[in-house]
Every structure is written in C-alpha cells, then in structure tokens.
Design a binder for this molecule. Sequence first.
Ligand SMILES: C[S@@+](CC[C@H](N)C(=O)[O-])C[C@H]1O[C@@H](n2cnc3c(N)ncnc32)[C@H](O)[C@@H]1O
Length: 265
Amino acid sequence: MTGGGPWRPDNHRALDDASRRVLLQLLRETAGLEFSTDTSFVLERRLQDRLVALSLDSFDDYVRLLRSPAGRAELEHVLDEVTTHETYFFREEYQLRAFRDELLPRLHALAERRRRMTIWSAGCSTGEEVYTVAMLVDASHLFDDWNVRVVGSDLSRRCIERARRGVYGPSSFRSMPRDLLDRYFTLDERQHRVDDSIRAYCAFFQANLLEPERHLGVGRAEAIFCRNVLIYLAEPARRQVLELLFARLEPVEEQLEHLPAGRLG
Ligand SMILES: C[S@@+](CC[C@H](N)C(=O)[O-])C[C@H]1O[C@@H](n2cnc3c(N)ncnc32)[C@H](O)[C@@H]1O
C-alpha cells in the first residue's frame, strides 16, 4: 500500500484544469447545467468510459473532439452521462396527493366545457412521473370521456426511448401503491409493463428545456410538473426554463376568477 491520493486504475485519465473549465462551460451553455468546482470530480469519473470507447488518451483530446464539428453527437453522450436521471413511480407522495385531491377537481371544473386537458412533465427522465400522473388521472374517473394527454420531455434521448417502452424493474417501484401496481401493470418476463390503457394517454419527446421552440408541440398545458430538474441548473437557466413553463401554462388563475362564486366548493 502506498500513501497519497485515492486509488485509480492504471488507465484512468485525469481531468486537467483547462479541460475542466471548457467542459463546465459547454454544459452551462448547452443545457444550463451547473457543477460547482467540488462536484466537478463527477465529470472525471462519469466520462472515463467515453474516453475509453473513443480510444482517447486524455481529456484534452476529448475536449478538442467536443469542440469540433463532429462533436455534437458526442455532446449528447456527455449530457446523458453527467445528468442525474433518478426517478421512480409515485415519487413525493404528498405532492401527488395534493395533485389528486386538490388540483384535479379544479382542473375538471375549469376545463369541463372543452373536455380536453394536457399535463406536461418537463424533465421526465425514464417516464415514471408521466405514467404516475396518467394513473392518477385515470383512477380519479373525473376525466373518463375527455381528451387527456400526459406529455413527457427530457434532454436525454436514451431516457425518452426507455420511457416509450414503458417497461420497468424493481427500483422504479419503491413507492408504488400495491393496488395500482396490480391494476395498471402486466408482468412481462420478470419486468413490469405499463398497461396500454395508460400508455394511450402518454406521449414522449426529446428536447432541451433551454430551447423553447422545441416545445411548441406541447401546446398549452393545464398543469406542468417540473420536479428535481431546476436544482441542477444555473440561475440564468432556471429563469429561462421558468419563463418557458409559464408561457406554456393555461392561465388557470385567471379562469378561476371567472368561475361562478362557490363553484369550487
Ligand atoms: C432527476 S431527473 C427528474 C425526473 C422526474 N422529474 C422526477 O422528479 O422523478 C432530472 C431529469 O432532468 C433532465 N434535464 C436536465 N437538464 C435538462 C434540460 N436542460 N432540458 C431537459 N431536461 C433536462 C435530465 O436529463 C434528467 O432526466
């Protein structure tokens, strides 16, 4: 055993300061992502496999590739590797309870005449949040013959592909109510698959929240979930994303004021 820093395998590539600065700037500019200096070691660890896959000897070479015209596709890999995709069904139960018991009846009252509702999960990762919302809407029976869409978007193409498949392993079910698991999933080769009755409401697309024009297809949403996403963004990017979300939100408060008195109980 020798003294000194942490143990590293022989082929470990160290992230030098100049490359670190370029990487941090690229992540901030393209996706608004913020890494403080003391968390940027995460970049060094998570990007090792990319350097090996590309047979590159140093981060200096890697950064040069990322800045070249051929680097765009590689940048997608970087974003995918360095972002946190942690998610699971029925995450933050207290928020979902408020959504089910307080918000859904209000949305029902507001949109009753047009019988159409869109809910958007911005930064949906692998889709568990989208399907959770769709299950809550379905189980409420308030919207049975309505045109309901639950739309999920994420920066990561890989996550969106997984979301579209709708097949999940045990770690996605750590907070899943048993009755809803039995009701909305089928067991498929030891993995659980979301039922088609729920999948029929749901749609997914890949987009960066810093690119508003990529989100026009969402149309107006009656409710937007954007959970555990802004925490990873730098302050200017947070503002930019909030502006986008507000621009896409139906002006519900305004509509609430125009409802007959006492309508909402
Ligand atoms: C921790 S997950 C949150 C998933 C889900 N909302 C939840 O709370 O369980 C954060 C997701 O935000 C996505 N994300 C981060 N920056 C983004 C950006 N600029 N545009 C779109 N998605 C982004 C990441 O790809 C990641 O999948």
